[in-house]
Ligand binder design. Structure first.
Ligand SMILES: *Cc1c(COP(=O)(O)O)cnc(C)c1O
Length: 402
């Protein structure tokens, strides 16, 4: 009990150093949420003995709280890894990987069809620090082999390619990159930890072949709400993790507890949402493949899509994401009119939230060597009824032909 007649200044102190503690042993299905910049030490000895390297205690909000440690452990499990670091966005996860592992004089190889901000980071920031880069064709493993030099420190891989959806031969890409001593970072946002295990593409035990690092934009399926930005960097190697964790700490890229809470709440339904988006995406992609307006449907689970055989060997599931290339007879203006006529599909970047999204892309501006001509439209399936999404696509075609 505190004194009910405390003077004003004493109240300020009493409110801060209040003796009440809630009873221990509260249990609920979801974990409690802890927010902290400061972490209080029991003594100067405890403060001096602090350890930020392992999850044995707490040192500062930026280095981890029970809330961030909980999500890190769950993402590590989801990805088939052992250690995870959380950062404020998927792009920050790419940046952390590059900045922790690359130094002036190193070379970085990025697939030509990678998530474009990954390429822009190399072009505009890394280049200024003396880190060089080249873009490779992920569907030509021999070409990658020919590009590797002793300076190649890191190779990014991204299955499937962003927007154009080519599914590469991951096993061969990893084996080739490794043969020259390069580290392999895999952008696993599409696979979400569910389509395949980035750390075990082939083999088992000491013969396991996989990526060194898996990067995941938790913004997408793990959040599932279209309302959180967060990224994760996961590895199996403790030394590599320590390097990433130290860089993370020095650069100060912490995440907010409320955002972590949102992702923790969404994780239990992750596999259900992924499967639903996959089923809906394949149904709509199959519908598009019957349409005469379309030259090509790009969906790794569909026969005839680039790299389908590689997808089939590794995966059973796909994200609810695909693109179509309209026949060359349609102008970019006509395709824009089609996109504008969609009612349920909304125009917007990102994906994996409840609302279905659509974006038109000009391929010639995006790729060094575009594989297709014509305007491309990418669809991201939300959680609406798929029959309604097919009907929406059908009605909007009137605008294409207008
Ligand atoms: C969205 C995305 C990212 C970046 O995630 P943000 O949280 O939006 O920064 C990275 N890689 C891929 C493949 C993505 O789709």
């Amino acid at each position: 009990m505190t004194d009910p007649d405390l003077p004003e200044r004493a109240i300020a102190t009493a409110l801060i150093h209040h003796p009440y503690q809630p009873p221990a042993g509260f249990a609920a299905p979801q974990p409690g949420i802890f927010k902290a910049s400061t972490v209080i030490f029991a003594s100067t000895a405890a403060m001096r003995a602090r350890n930020w390297k392992e999850k044995v205690g707490y040192t500062y909000g930026l280095h981890g709280t029970p809330t961030t440690f909980t999500l890190e452990e769950r993402i590590a499990t989801l990805e088939g890894g052992l250690h995870t670091v959380l950062v404020p966005s998927g792009l920050a996860a790419i940046a952390l990987t590059d900045m922790a592992l690359l130094r002036s004089g190193d070379e970085l190889l990025i697939p030509d069809n990678a998530y474009n901000p990954n390429k822009e980071l190399a072009r505009h920031e890394l280049a200024g620090w003396g880190i060089t880069h080249r873009f490779y064709d992920p569907m030509d493993v021999d070409a990658l082999a020919a590009m590797l030099t002793p300076a190649t420190r890191l190779v990014w891989i991204e299955p499937p390619g962003s927007v154009t959806m080519e599914f590469p031969d991951l096993t061969r890409l990893v084996r080739v990159a490794r043969s020259q001593g390069a580290l392999v970072a895999l952008d696993n946002t599409w696979g979400a930890g569910l389509a395949f295990n980035p750390f075990r593409l082939e083999g088992a035990g000491v013969d396991t072949l996989g990526a060194d690092i898996s990067v995941h934009a938790l913004t997408k399926y793990p959040s599932g709400g279209g309302d959180v930005l967060m990224g994760a960097v996961t590895t199996r190697d403790p030394a590599l993790h320590l390097k990433l964790n130290a860089a993370h700490m020095r650069m100060g890229w912490g995440v907010a507890a409320n955002d972590v809470e949102t992702v923790l709440r969404a994780l239990p339904s992750l596999a259900l949402r992924y499967a639903a988006a996959d089923d809906a995406g394949r149904a709509l992609a199959r519908w598009w493949s019957t349409r005469p307006e379309v030259a090509q449907v790009l969906h790794p689970a569909l026969e005839g899509s680039p790299g389908h055989a590689h997808w089939q060997r590794l995966c059973s599931r796909s994200a609810g994401l695909f693109s179509i290339v309209f026949d060359e007879r349609y102008t970019a203006r006509q395709v824009d009119a089609f996109v504008d006529a969609l009612k349920l599909f909304r125009i917007g970047f990102s994906w994996a939230g409840p609302v279905s999204l659509v974006v038109p892309y000009d391929l010639t501006a995006m790729r060094e060597r575009p594989r297709w001509r014509g305007t491309l439209v990418r669809f991201s399936l939300g959680l609406e009824a798929v029959d309604d999404l097919i009907a929406d696509s059908a009605q909007a075609l009137a605008a294409l032909n207008a």
